[in-house]
Design a protein around this ligand. Structure first.
Ligand SMILES: [Zn+2]
Length: 178
């Protein structure tokens, strides 16, 4: 499969790729580098703090993140794995670039460690109990086909019902036009 990185765009719910379980990458090819660069561009353009490969239509275990928006804080996570979640859960308001106009309080462990491979092929480990921890968990959910829709409270689901229905209706209309 050849990917035209410069043509990748953020896909919106309910695109089926967002529900696929992504596959690990076996090597870091120039194509992977091009895709990561494009994803970093799209993340800043949105703007957002993280973007997972399924969100640009690719079922790959890769995401990019930048908790501050400063270029030096761009980071690429390949085949990431979470470990050592803290016992203390925290509810925090999350949005998603594939779910525009939807905000929901999501409860996750506050403290977590992520292990991943960087674009240089080297393995790295990071631990956080702040925004990065939140981003890693949200993005790794994407690699497993999980969206904040699945984690929001029934009350949030109700208050976001209109926005969710609108996204579903737009996708249905686009399918009919094709
Ligand atoms: Zn998201």
């Amino acid at each position: 499969m050849s990917v035209k990185a410069d043509q990748l765009k953020i896909v919106l719910y309910p695109h089926p790729v967002l529900r696929k379980k992504a596959k690990p990458l076996s090597e870091i090819t120039p194509e992977v580098r091009d895709v990561a660069a494009r994803m970093i561009f799209l993340m800043h353009e949105a703007p957002g703090v993280g973007l997972a490969a399924p969100q640009v239509g690719l079922p790959w275990r890769l995401f990019v993140a930048n908790p501050t928006g400063k270029p030096e804080d761009d980071r690429v996570f390949i085949n990431p794995v979470l470990r050592d979640p803290g016992e203390e859960p925290e509810a925090y308001e999350e949005g998603c670039l594939s779910l525009p106009d939807i905000q929901a309080s999501v409860t996750r462990p506050k403290l977590i460690t992520v292990e991943a491979i960087g674009l240089d092929g080297k393995k790295f480990t990071l631990t956080s109990d702040e925004l990065p921890a939140r981003i890693w968990q949200h993005e790794i959910d994407h690699l497993d086909g999980v969206l904040i829709l699945d984690r929001m409270t029934p009350i949030d689901k109700l208050s976001n019902r209109r926005a969710i229905k609108e996204l579903e209706a737009e996708a249905a209309a686009a399918t009919k036009k094709r």
